[in-house]
Each structure stands twice: as structure tokens, then as C-alpha cells.
Design a protein around this ligand. Structure first.
Ligand code: FES
Length: 113
């Protein structure tokens, strides 16, 4: 079973986490199932950017993003070359992932800036 290593996030998982994920489920679902309450404002329908993650390892193992996802990601806070929307990125069959949840989502960015 692939594992997802979640790097520490101040609010969502201060200690970081290592979770067992099912191949083919979205990274967002895998995190939520394990109590990491990543935002998912559009209910995982690829219409917001609040579920943004940065894939630190295993990015190449993911299916490439669709155009819709890329368009949205352009608006995400803290975009990086290996950014993905976690509701669209599916857990690979055999590869582990290391993911970082950005400090802010676009919702926070609006509130704080
Ligand atoms: S939850 Fe909105 S794009 Fe993923």
C-alpha cells in the first residue's frame, strides 16, 4: 500500500504524519480519512484551490494534471512547480508520496491580506 508522508503543517498536522493510502483514491480523500482536515471548499470538484498541496517526492508518479486543474492552480497561494490540487491527484499504485500542505489557502490569503 502506498504511503503518503505529510510534512508538518502548523494547524492541520503539527507533527507531520505518515498515512497508508489506497491507490486510485484522491490524495485529498486519503488525508481526510486520516484526520488531516485539508480544506476542500468546492467538495473536490476541481472548482477552487483550497485543497492545494505541493508534492515534494513522487510527483512524477502522479497522472499529469488536466487543463482545468492547471488553470485553477495558477490562482493558488504559494504555487510551486510540483503543486497539485489534492482532490484531483490520485494516489499512485506503487509509489509513495511526500506532500506539503501550504501554510495558507486562498481563503486565508483573502482574510489576512
Ligand atoms: S477541493 Fe476544490 S479544487 Fe479540490
Amino acid at each position: 500500500m502506498p504511503q503518503i508522508v505529510v510534512l508538518p503543517h502548523v494547524e492541520l498536522c503539527p507533527e507531520g504524519a505518515v498515512i497508508d493510502a489506497k491507490p486510485g483514491e484522491s490524495v485529498c480523500d486519503a488525508l481526510l480519512e486520516h484526520g488531516i482536515e485539508i480544506e476542500h471548499a468546492c467538495e473536490k470538484s476541481c472548482a477552487c484551490t483550497t485543497c492545494h498541496i505541493i508534492v515534494r517526492e513522487g510527483f512524477e508518479a502522479l497522472e499529469p494534471s488536466e487543463e482545468d486543474e492547471d488553470d485553477l492552480l495558477d490562482k493558488a497561494w504559494g504555487l510551486e512547480p510540483t503543486s497539485r490540487l489534492s482532490c484531483q491527484a490520485l494516489v499512485p499504485e506503487n509509489d509513495d508520496l511526500v506532500v506539503e500542505i501550504p501554510r495558507y489557502s486562498i481563503n486565508h490569503a483573502k482574510e489576512n491580506h
